[in-house]
Ligand binder design. Structure first.
Ligand code: FES
Ligand code: FES
Length: 152
């Protein structure tokens, strides 16, 4: 065990865990931030996507010891009231089906729009490629990203 100081959703937290513990487990089991989901655990599905210094990363693969003072943002920290433009576009397009993959989809979409405010269909397909949706909501995800792109 070791003690780590983490900046999560703009507040500082101290946590005692084994250094190799993946960020995903710290978020879910220690911080009760359960909006971030466990899917595959091997970096292949995107359900665990959060932001590290604003960039989308797979939290299931990131050992807590490698984070240092970088800022972590989860779906809970994206907006005060679920009203980030991407979240609003998701609601407008009624994107979610079972919802399991959707926090990862949203976090990845936000990261895309921060890099590219006017993504083409190809840009969206490429950026969202690693986020799997078993319910097949891909068409609505693309439409929502296009709507959100007009707002961010
Ligand atoms: Fe992390 Fe699937 S749970 S990529
Ligand atoms: Fe069900 Fe994506 S909405 S897995």
């Amino acid at each position: 065990m070791a003690q780590f100081t983490l900046n999560i959703n703009n507040s500082t937290h101290q946590i005692d865990v084994a250094p190799e513990t993946p960020l995903l487990w710290v978020l879910r089991d220690h911080m009760d931030l359960v909006g971030t989901k466990f899917g595959c655990g091997i970096g292949q599905c995107g359900a665990c996507t959060v932001h590290l210094n604003g960039t989308a990363i797979r939290s299931c693969l990131l050992p807590i010891s490698s984070i240092g003072d970088k800022s972590i943002t989860t779906i809970e920290g994206l907006s005060e009231n679920g009203d980030h433009p991407v979240q609003k576009a998701w609601i407008e397009h009624d994107v979610a089906q079972c919802g399991y993959c959707q926090s990862g989809q949203i976090m990845n979409a936000v990261s895309l729009l921060e890099r590219n405010a006017d993504p083409s269909d190809e840009d969206i397909a490429q950026a969202m490629n690693g986020n799997i949706c078993r319910c097949g909501t891909y068409t609505r995800i693309k439409a929502a990203i296009k709507t959100a792109a007009k707002e961010v």
